[in-house]
Design a binder for this molecule. Structure first.
Ligand SMILES: Cc1ncc(COP(=O)(O)O)c(C=O)c1O
Length: 358
């Protein structure tokens, strides 16, 4: 039986919210009213077939690629689905990182792929380790999938390591799919996209997590032109054309992307500083500390995470994402960048909940 659901997405949509919501993954919403002249340019229909040319060009400029390498998709969600659907046939072997954003595995299983895993070891700071990939790679491997920044830990894979992964993939004729939806949350010296590292790299991303523009569903795939063409053709079976008002607003957003990113940066950085101070004081919590990213993956000792998060929600009106959704049940994920007052109070409540445990 193929997998036809995502337990994580269902939980995120129906149960993740709380008064002090630390179960987020992206920054707070960017309001339409702060996007200059956006509404004056709105229309319902436009000239969109295999992409809307002004948006294709804006994405290509932003990523430093030719527009022929860009495939627009509804968020990184649909970009991941479309990319995997184009790259995998039923039974194909796909090597996916662990711990992982659950939708990547669910989607590969839905597509009938033979899912194998490689580990990003907690004792190794969740680093991407080519040796782990090498030991799981076979001549049947068609695709290696990873996130950069890593969701849930926000750990960054350096370009040298990504190149090694690319070499491994090339040695068996496989490709590397890198989900870069969090990469622009490296605010200083933002690394360039791994799409520049070679034709075996296929990249997915969007304006959701780091820009607060989730509602636009402005996502895309970067791939070499003949593969991009194949993806556009496959997309005809999924999505026909996007909502044109969203395309127009996305073009407007690209004109002010620097400003949009900076707006959220202040909150992300204030939250990270508060989290760091908080973790310094906790003996039962530990996390890999990163200087970037909108999520932190925290290990809890001395109590099952699900019972802790249950009490945190019931008694302290605070939520975080249970680690079992990332196949790491001793952890929970905290999200930064939405509202600093809410975040500080959420942390304070986590502290109280820890004091109040068995
Ligand atoms: C790694 C990863 N990829 C993709 C997505 C979905 O992104 P989008 O909102 O752009 O569809 C998420 C959302 O949490 C994510 O964490």
């Amino acid at each position: 039986m193929r997998q036809r659901h995502s337990d994580y997405m269902n939980w995120a949509k129906t149960q993740s919210r709380a008064r002090f919501n630390l179960a987020t993954s992206g920054v707070g919403s960017f309001p339409l009213s702060e996007l200059p002249h956006a509404c004056e340019r709105l229309d319902i229909n436009g000239d969109s077939t295999y992409g809307y040319a002004p948006l294709q060009e804006a994405i290509a400029r932003h990523c430093g690629v030719h527009p022929g390498c860009v495939v627009a998709a509804a968020g990184t969600s649909m970009a991941n689905h479309l990319a995997m659907a184009a790259l995998l046939d039923p039974g194909d072997e796909v090597l996916i990182e662990h711990p992982v954003y659950e939708l990547i595995v669910s989607t590969a299983l839905f597509l009938g792929a033979d899912v194998k895993r490689f580990t990003r070891r907690p004792e190794n700071g969740f680093a991407l380790d080519p040796a782990e990939i090498r030991s799981s790679l076979t001549s049947r491997t068609k695709l290696i999938v990873l996130t950069n920044l890593h969701n849930p830990s926000s750990v960054l894979a350096p370009e040298t390591v990504l190149r090694e992964v690319g070499n491994l993939a090339r040695s068996v004729g496989a490709r590397v799919l890198v989900d870069e939806v969090y990469l622009d949350a490296v605010y200083e010296n933002t690394p360039r996209s791994s799409c520049h590292l070679g034709p075996e790299f296929v990249v997915t991303t969007s304006l959701t997590k780091v820009y607060g523009l989730s509602g636009l569903r402005c996502g895309w795939i970067l791939a070499e032109p003949h593969l991009a063409q194949a993806m556009w053709r496959l997309n005809d079976l999924f999505a026909s054309i996007p909502a044109h008002p969203a395309e127009l607003l996305s073009v407007a957003a690209f004109e002010h992307l620097g400003l949009i990113r900076e707006r959220a940066r202040r909150v992300v950085e204030a939250d990270r500083a508060a989290l760091s101070e908080f973790l310094d004081r906790q003996t039962r919590l530990s996390a890999v500390r990163t200087e970037w990213g909108t999520t932190s993956f925290v290990r809890l000792r001395g109590e099952p995470v699900d019972s802790f998060l249950g009490r945190l929600r019931e008694k302290y009106e605070t939520s975080a994402v249970p680690g079992h959704f990332f196949e790491m049940p001793d952890y929970f994920r905290i999200g930064m960048g939405v509202n600093h007052e809410m975040f500080r109070e959420g942390l304070r409540r986590i502290g109280e909940c820890l004091n109040d445990s068995v």
